[in-house]
Design a protein around this ligand. Structure first.
Ligand SMILES: [Zn+2]
Ligand SMILES: [Zn+2]
Length: 139
């Protein structure tokens, strides 16, 4: 079980089962909402996700059609978003309180990377979304 929470602690959640992967996204929207060089997201089967507290404190913002950003209304921390009718969950990795026992595997949307940040690891980089072939290899 992996637990997570927002900065103020009003919102708490847990994730059961095996997480799938972590990606770093350098798109301008992820940079804005994280206030950082990139956003780091843990992806997992939504069936294992459960709000423990404060689900009613989670506000939503549509950053682009079909792309919802969730955040704690009190402290502003980015919060998980359930997609595909709850089948998939995307969790801002910085909100995790436990070690998910897996490491980031890819940088995406590097075409929109902050000019002041240099990627210094050896993970694969893609200008936008990774090609289907890359995603297929994850399964
Ligand atoms: Zn909060
Ligand atoms: Zn992004």
């Amino acid at each position: 079980m992996v637990n997570g929470s927002c900065l103020c602690g009003d919102v708490r959640f847990e994730l059961a089962g095996e997480p799938q992967f972590i990606n770093h996204c350098h798109c301008s929207m992820c940079r804005k909402v994280h206030g950082a060089a990139f956003g780091s997201f843990l992806h997992a089967d939504g069936a294992g996700f459960r709000w423990l507290a404060g689900e009613d404190k989670v506000r939503r913002f549509d950053s682009s059609p079909g792309n919802v950003r969730a955040f704690c209304e009190r402290c502003g921390s980015n919060m998980p978003v359930l997609e595909e009718g709850g089948a998939h969950v995307i969790i801002p990795a910085g909100t995790l309180d436990d070690d998910p026992k897996l490491k980031p595997i890819v940088h995406i949307f590097t075409a929109n990377k902050a000019p002041w940040y240099e990627i210094t690891d050896h993970l694969p980089q893609f200008a936008g979304f990774p090609p289907d072939s890359f995603c297929d290899d994850l399964n």
